[in-house]
Every structure is written in C-alpha cells, then in structure tokens.
Design a protein around this ligand. Structure first.
Ligand SMILES: C[S@@+](CC[C@H](N)C(=O)[O-])C[C@H]1O[C@@H](n2cnc3c(N)ncnc32)[C@H](O)[C@@H]1O
Length: 268
C-alpha cells in the first residue's frame, strides 16, 4: 500500500496528525522520518500496517515491535517477557552512580532486573565494582543475560524472590537498587496501555506495596546498607513509611520533579 493511501485510511479511523503517523512508522521501520516525507509513492508493507493498527487501536508498545529500546545511550533488547525500561529509571541509575562514587561502594545488587537496564548501565559506567542482579522471572533473566552479553559487561544474574538469592552473602552488599512492581492492581486492570507488559513486572498488589512490605521484613539485615528504590509519585509517602524500619529515609524527585525515588541510608 502507498503511504498516501495509508495516511487517508488511518486518518479516517483515528484523530491523529499525518506527522504523528509518520513518526510512528519511522520507528516501526527504523528509518528516518525524511524517508517517508520525501516520497508520497513509498510502499508500506502489510505487516507494518498491521503493527501500526495494533499500536494505535490497542496500545501495543512499539518497543515490542522493534525489539529494542535506548536506555542511557545503550540499546537494550526487549520482548514481552520484560518491562520496557522507562526514562524515569535513567534518573535512578544516575543517582546510583553518583552515590557509588561518593561513598566508594564496591558491591551493588539490582533486584527485579527485567531487561537488565539498571544493572548493566551501572556496570558499563563503573566496570570495577561488583554488580549482581536478580529477577523472579526466568524468562526476564534470559533477556538480561543476552543484553549483558551484547553490551559486553559482566553482571552476575540470579533467579529468585526478593532478597533470597543474595541472603548467603548479604554482609558484602553495600547498595541495593530496585525498580520493583509498584502499580496498584486496580490501576493495571483499568489501563489498556499496561496490558502487554508482564503483569509480574507491574503488579504491586492492591496498594502497590507488596514488594516493599516483603523487603522491609529483612530490615534487621539491611541496617548498614544504602538502598535506592523507584516507586510511584502517588504512593511514595506510604512506601517511605513502610521502609522507615530499615534506616533514614529520603524522598527524591525525578527529572520531571515528581517524587519518585526513595533513598535509605544507615542512621549512624
Ligand atoms: C518494574 S519491573 C523493572 C524492570 C527493570 N529493572 C527496569 O527498571 O526496567 C520489575 C521487575 O521485578 C521482577 N519481580 C517482580 N516481583 C519480584 C520479586 N518478588 N522478586 C524479584 N523480582 C521480582 C519482575 O519480573 C520485573 O522484571
């Protein structure tokens, strides 16, 4: 089908500007937008048209079509087994890297690593420190291992629930980072844009707090450590209260000035 035909079909069905359609097409086909702008005779395949419809109608993420996402300048492979890393999480990594440098931290763990975006980005920037990462999903760990290999970094990956895979050597760990599932169950059920990402990567239980409640049960093991968590601006205060049994809690904003991160440091 010619691009002109595609534009008139899509515009007939959705209220969307031709420029936005072309922007989406350029992402799906991994071409510069100028490729579509300069020639009205360009042929678009049926597969691309179907992907475009699936994206516009059902909110199917483009990143699952192209199988990639850019995170802090590195290209990560993603598929339906992992959450698509978000731009806010780049801020979490920047906070972590600054903290690691300031406190001369040598051993970091990332719980719920998904595509490996956090752990791999930290290791890329600070190759001398020890970085381990875990996930409860075996399929996610396979994606993370693939990304580490493609990006040439050495991160040790483990499968398991919450802190379990690290309990044996927890004494050595100095910083725990996590962007855990923190979305309230009812919100996921109402939001069509969240239906394609793994439920386990999003669902934080009825109040979004189930992971935080779980990790706070280990507070006796964590009192001398630094911890950095991502959460939602809507529930951050509740999360901070839950985690206050571990240490001194600070709420930090993301680049959009939303209260999103929780930083815990030892009381002494
Ligand atoms: C919000 S995603 C974050 C993925 C990745 N770290 C990122 O920031 O893009 C949460 C991840 O935690 C994992 N997860 C969920 N519950 C977990 C648990 N109890 N223990 C370990 N990992 C868990 C999910 O499989 C998912 O990969």
């Amino acid at each position: 089908m010619k691009i002109t035909e595609l534009l008139s079909k899509i515009q007939g069905e959705f209220k969307i500007s031709p420029f936005r359609i072309l922007k989406i097409l350029s992402k799906i086909e991994d071409k510069d937008i100028s490729f579509f702008l300069k020639d009205s005779e360009v042929e678009i395949s049926h597969q691309t048209f179907d992907f475009l419809l699936k994206h516009l109608k059902e909110g199917y993420p483009i990143e699952y079509i192209t199988k990639k996402v850019l995170f802090l300048g590195n290209e990560f492979f993603v598929d339906e087994n992992v959450l698509i890393p978000r731009i806010e999480t780049e801020d979490l990594v920047i906070l972590a890297v600054n903290l690691i440098k300031n406190k001369n931290i040598k051993h970091v763990i990332d719980i719920g690593t998904g595509s490996g975006a956090i752990a791999i980005s930290i290791k890329k920037q600070l190759p001398k420190i020890k970085v381990q990462a875990s996930d409860i999903s075996e399929a996610a760990i396979k994606v993370a291992q693939y990304n580490a290999q493609r990006l040439g970094v050495n991160v040790e990956f483990k499968i398991g629930d919450c802190l379990d895979p690290f309990l044996k050597d927890i004494e050595e760990v100095e910083l725990i980072i996590s962007n855990p599932p923190y979305v309230e169950t009812s919100f996921i059920e109402q939001n069509r844009f969240l239906k394609y990402e793994p439920r386990i990567s999003l669902d934080g239980g009825y109040d979004g707090q189930s992971f935080f409640k779980k990790i706070s049960k280990y507070s006796h093991l964590l009192k001398s450590k630094y911890l950095l968590f991502e959460t939602s601006e809507f529930t951050v205060k509740k999360t901070a209260e839950i985690l206050s049994t571990i240490g001194k809690v600070q709420i930090l904003p993301d680049s959009f000035k939303k209260e999103r991160f929780i930083f815990i440091s030892p009381y002494y």
